[in-house]
Design a protein around this ligand. Structure first.
Ligand SMILES: C[S@@+](CC[C@H](N)C(=O)[O-])C[C@H]1O[C@@H](n2cnc3c(N)ncnc32)[C@H](O)[C@@H]1O
Length: 306
């Protein structure tokens, strides 16, 4: 069963990621978002001189990591932890660190984890089910400011007011306890033509998932730690799937390269400690997008430490 689902997560921009990481020169690398292990496997199979460390906060990926460990022996080592804690692992200086943000198809298609509105299952959405608060508990207890942050800011849902009213009016009922019933409630109550291409609950689910897993905070904390862990000449490569993630990466890279962090800030003479290798983000080819629809919003950025 697990095996079957692994095949369903198609890793994105494999060749581009490997090239920007400079894997051909060998040494130690870190994959911070192991998932189904698609990138890790590609790196290990195609670059026999590398040693790869990998982490994921989701304990359900451990059997996949175990498999790679059996196949690649001492060339592969896995840790279950959030990537914001990489400074607590004893890792050697690294030549490259890779991030592929968001959730995997493995998680999305799992019938019991609540990431997808297709299933009648408790609305959980935690990447690490042993830590933090499930999404249904968040819907029951969050104050208005937290709900606005999740649905308006992280979900970028323009009907956020309506959805928050729905949540508040359904507190104490089963509707907000389950993924499918919550999604149906949103679909029933939003104007029919407001979401033509995507399910009306898509943005709300995205926002909730980001809030529950503190995804943006994790990225903000991890990037400086990862940069510190890089050897001289080492590279940081990140694939983002939405503008909130990409903005954090872009601003962090600009700061390290001594540039204005965003277009509103004047350059203030910061010194540069790295070079941005992707003036514009790299995006998947048309062929990749045609064969893997999920890749359409991916953006890869890379940075080299001086
Ligand atoms: C898009 S998937 C990665 C897929 C992987 N590259 C592959 O080829 O199979 C993202 C993975 O990162 C993990 N993840 C997300 N945020 C994390 C965090 N803060 N710390 C550790 N792992 C995280 C998720 O659990 C998920 O398995």
């Amino acid at each position: 069963m697990i095996e079957e689902k692994t095949l369903l997560h198609i890793p994105i921009m494999l060749r581009e990621a490997a090239q920007f990481l400079n894997l051909q020169y060998g040494e130690n690398f870190l994959d911070c978002t192991f998932g189904g292990g698609g990138h890790s496997r590609y790196f290990l199979e195609n670059y026999p001189n590398i040693t790869l460390f990998a982490i994921d906060r989701d304990p359900q990926v451990v059997p996949h990591a175990e498999k790679l460990r059996k196949e690649f022996g001492h060339r592969f080592q896995f840790f279950t932890c959030p990537f914001s804690t990489i400074d607590q692992l004893s890792l050697p200086p690294l030549r490259g660190i890779f991030f592929d943000f968001g959730i995997s198809t493995l998680q999305l298609d799992n019938e019991t984890r609540g990431f997808s509105f297709r299933y009648h299952t408790p609305l959980d959405m935690r990447m690490d089910p042993q830590r933090g608060m499930a999404a249904c508990e968040f819907l029951e207890t969050a104050d208005r400011r937290q709900l606005i942050e999740a649905i308006r800011d992280f979900g970028e849902e323009r009907h956020w007011r309506k959805i928050i009213t729905l949540i508040l009016s359904h507190r104490g009922s089963e509707v907000i306890q389950y993924a499918d019933t919550f999604a149906e409630c949103i679909a029933k109550n939003l104007p029919k033509k407001s979401h033509e291409k995507i399910h009306p609950a898509t943005r709300t689910f995205q926002g909730l998932r980001i809030a529950i897993n503190k995804e943006l905070e994790e990225i903000r904390t991890a990037l400086p730690k990862a940069f510190k862990q890089l050897d001289q000449g080492g590279r940081l490569v990140a694939i983002s799937f939405h503008s909130l993630e990409d903005r954090i990466v872009k601003q962090f890279f600009n700061e390290k390269a001594g540039k204005a962090i965003d277009c509103h800030e004047k350059w203030n003479g910061r010194c540069s400690v790295a070079e941005i290798l992707t003036k514009k983000p790299i995006t998947p080819t048309d062929a990749e997008i045609a064969s893997n629809h999920r890749s359409r919003s991916a953006k890869l950025r890379a940075l080299e430490k001086f």
